[in-house]
Design a binder for this molecule. Structure first.
Ligand code: M6R
Length: 602
């Protein structure tokens, strides 16, 4: 679970027989999980045996990543331990109230208040002595998004948990039960899981689970079987998950495409939007964050080109705050690997409240975004553990193109044979990515030559522009280097001032088979930056000789239809960012600093 947050971690175990303590043993440490493991070894792992345990890996929101701010948090009487994911928005008022009881806080977090409130509710008043009633009382006072796990020293066989907007899944084992933010937490122990609804509370014991609503009434979860392979959560001989996931890209794209073109027709399974619904659509909005947003830019190019309806794209965190013009003829395409990203989820909710139809492109079965959307197209990339998105990004691009083709089919803007031809060129991509994986050796040589660069620019035109943005994002998050992606034509309007001797600039050259002027214009752009001293790393199709005189390094990618090129041109940039990151001293490319895989806060 470390990929969900790794600035600190901790565990609490109920130890009812402990003659000294209050029944809960707790240990926590700032930094990566290794620090916690070392601390536990130091104390003695046998000190932390017990029947019930909670653990947490943190991505800081309130308070720096210190030992004190790490979870679990304990109540003033040391009888309650809690872990929390999300933000308790009314924590300041609650903290004041708790401090009014003369209670001192041990941390700067918003989370700790829940532990004290629970202890207060358990110790006095109408819920005294009743763990469940006390937990419900506290939960009903909290505002914001949260997953909370509560344990109480006097109820050592029980954990009470709740979710509002952030994820929580139950794992059902034999004589053991699990709770996790995602199934990776317990996939080693059981394949039987239960999905919980919004505002659900769950009480687990070793024997079973009970699902409630926040008012205490009975509710139920939705059982499902986890089909992810356990090997998917292991490195399989690679030195990092990211490297493994880059190599899994041919399969990710192939599996995402599988079954979507049958008997000459595009099929969007798992959709609840009919061909008639798609035909009715007269504008598309794409909402997504980070890499998913870059994949969405490519959806715009494809849909506008194939369907001739306007597509607007917006970073999800901005979407609902600027009052976009949506109606029942608007299709909102919400793209998210995790299906949990709070910004995208809120954009989906806003779109639905305005009457738009929402189609999710998502990699995680049963997650919140598909659940709240009208339809979903799953990418089949398998679990992505590396925090920097690689295979999920390529799978999203493939899925977006399927959506584009489905719209073109419904609108009749492409003949069936044209759709078949485009789909066939999409199906050729996995084999071409396979072939391209060898480029890593050349890329490493380039990275070694560059050493520890301070800044880098990425340029592209047409569908190469989103690739440039994605290349820059990868380098920023992995190597902590300032990097920017630009539309190559925009350079002369300001950013060209950044070019100086030896500045490395990556240029994604569009296929010469595409728009002719686009290709020749980017060749001119390369000359302009070379003339100003830049070192050019040119990514161009095999056989494109026009760029040879202007490239300090030339990275060849297989030929493809021009709209498909991003599915290839992205791969060397993933390798490049990983290689530069290592040269800059970041060996743990799976867990870049300050980041987390699923961003469940806005
Ligand atoms: O799970 P999501 O696809 O919604 O995540 C969106 C972004 O947070 C994600 O793509 C992020 O930008 C990655 N770290 C990029 O490598």
């Amino acid at each position: 679970m470390e990929y969900r947050g790794y600035d600190s971690s901790g565990i609490a175990v109920t130890a009812p027989d402990d003659p000294l303590g209050a029944g809960i043993k707790l240990v926590k440490r700032a930094g990566k999980l290794k620090n916690l493991e070392d601390r536990i070894t130091e104390i003695g792992a046998d000190q932390f045996t017990g029947g019930t345990a909670i653990g947490h890996t943190r991505w800081a929101t309130h308070g720096r990543p210190t030992d004190e701010n790490a979870h679990p948090h304990r109540s003033f009487d040391e009888k309650v331990a809690i872990v929390h994911n999300g933000i308790i928005e009314n924590f300041a008022a609650l903290r004041k109230e708790v401090e009014g009881h003369g209670i001192e806080f041990a941390s700067e977090t918003d989370s700790e208040v829940a532990a004290h409130l629970l202890a207060l509710a358990y110790n006095e008043g109408d819920t005294a002595g009743d763990f469940r009633a006390s937990a419900l009382k506290v939960l009903n006072r909290l505002e914001g998004a949260f997953t909370l796990l509560f344990m109480h020293a006097e109820h050592p066989g029980q954990i009470i948990a709740a979710r509002r907007s952030t994820p929580l899944i139950i794992g059902v084992g034999e004589d053991e039960m699990f709770l996790g933010s995602d199934v990776a937490a317990f996939i080693e122990h059981t394949r039987n899981a239960v999905e919980l609804g919004q505002d659900n509370v769950v009480v687990i014991t070793r024997e079973g689970y009970e699902v409630l609503n926040f008012d205490g009434s009975t509710s139920e979860g939705k059982p499902f079987t986890i089909d992810w392979d356990l090997a998917a959560a292991e490195k399989g001989g690679f030195d990092s998950f990211m490297m493994k996931e880059i190599h899994e890209q041919p399969a990710a794209v192939r599996d995402t495409l599988a079954g979507h073109f049958q008997d000459g027709k595009i099929i969007l399974d798992e959709q609840h939007l009919s061909e008639q619904d798609l035909k009715y659509v007269n504008q598309v909005f794409v909402v997504a964050c980070g890499s998913a947003y870059h994949s969405g830019l490519l959806a715009k190019y494809a849909i506008e080109h194939w369907v001739r309806i306007p597509v607007q794209i917006e970073v999800a965190s901005e979407f609902r705050y600027r009052d976009p013009v949506l109606d029942e003829r608007t299709l909102v395409l919400a793209i998210s690997q995790s299906g949990e990203t709070a910004d995208t989820l809120e954009a989906v909710r806003h779109a639905k409240s305005q009457g738009a139809k929402v189609l999710a492109v998502c990699n995680t079965n049963g997650s919140q975004i598909p659940r709240e959307s009208d339809a979903v197209l799953y990418t089949h990339a398998g679990p992505e553990i590396g925090v920097a998105s690689t295979k999920a990004f390529l799978a999203q691009v493939a899925a977006n193109y399927i959506v584009g083709l489905a719209l073109a089919q419904a609108h009749g803007t492409k003949y069936p044979d044209e759709i078949a031809e485009i789909y066939a060129s999409l199906e050729e991509i996995p084999a071409k990515i396979e072939q391209l994986l060898e480029v890593n050796t050349q890329v490493k040589e380039i990275a070694d030559y560059l050493g520890t660069v301070k800044t880098m620019l990425f340029l592209g035109r047409g569908v190469g522009f989103p690739v440039a943005l994605e290349g820059a994002l990868k380098l920023k998050e992995l190597a902590y280097i300032h990097a920017e992606g630009f539309a190559a034509g925009e350079l002369k309007h300001g950013p060209i001032a950044l070019i100086e001797d030896d500045l490395p600039v990556v240029i994604v050259v569009p296929s010469p088979k595409g728009v002719k002027q686009l290709h020749s214009k980017i060749v001119s752009n390369i000359q302009e930056i070379r003339a100003r001293g830049a070192k050019t790393i040119v990514i161009a199709e095999e056989g494109d000789t026009s760029v040879e005189p202007y490239a300090n390094w030339l990275i060849r990618i297989p030929e493809s239809a021009s709209i498909m090129q991003p599915l290839l041109a992205t791969v060397p940039l993933q390798f490049l960012s990983a290689a530069i990151a290592r040269n800059c001293g970041n060996d743990d490319i799976d867990k870049p600093r300050n980041l987390a895989k699923s961003v469940t806060v806005e």
